[in-house]
Design a protein around this ligand. Structure first.
Ligand code: ZN
Length: 65
């Protein structure tokens, strides 16, 4: 996972947050959240601590893994 520093906050360009109140973390390979109609290009990168917590990952439904 790539990490970028923003003061005390670490974010990663590998994930982004949509506008959903839960399960808002999307992989960078996903461009759109159908739940809240957010697009990756308009959204902020996810915080590393939230990604590492493993909570709030959106169910992408088509994860090849
Ligand atoms: Zn969403």
């Amino acid at each position: 996972m790539r990490i970028e520093m923003h003061g005390d906050i670490q974010t990663t360009p590998d994930y982004w947050d949509c506008e959903c109140s839960n399960y808002y973390i999307h992989k960078a390979s996903v461009d759109h959240c159908i739940e809240c109609d957010s697009y990756r290009g308009d959204s902020a990168d996810s915080r590393v601590d939230e990604v590492e917590s493993g909570e709030n990952f959106a169910d992408e439904g088509s994860d090849p893994c």
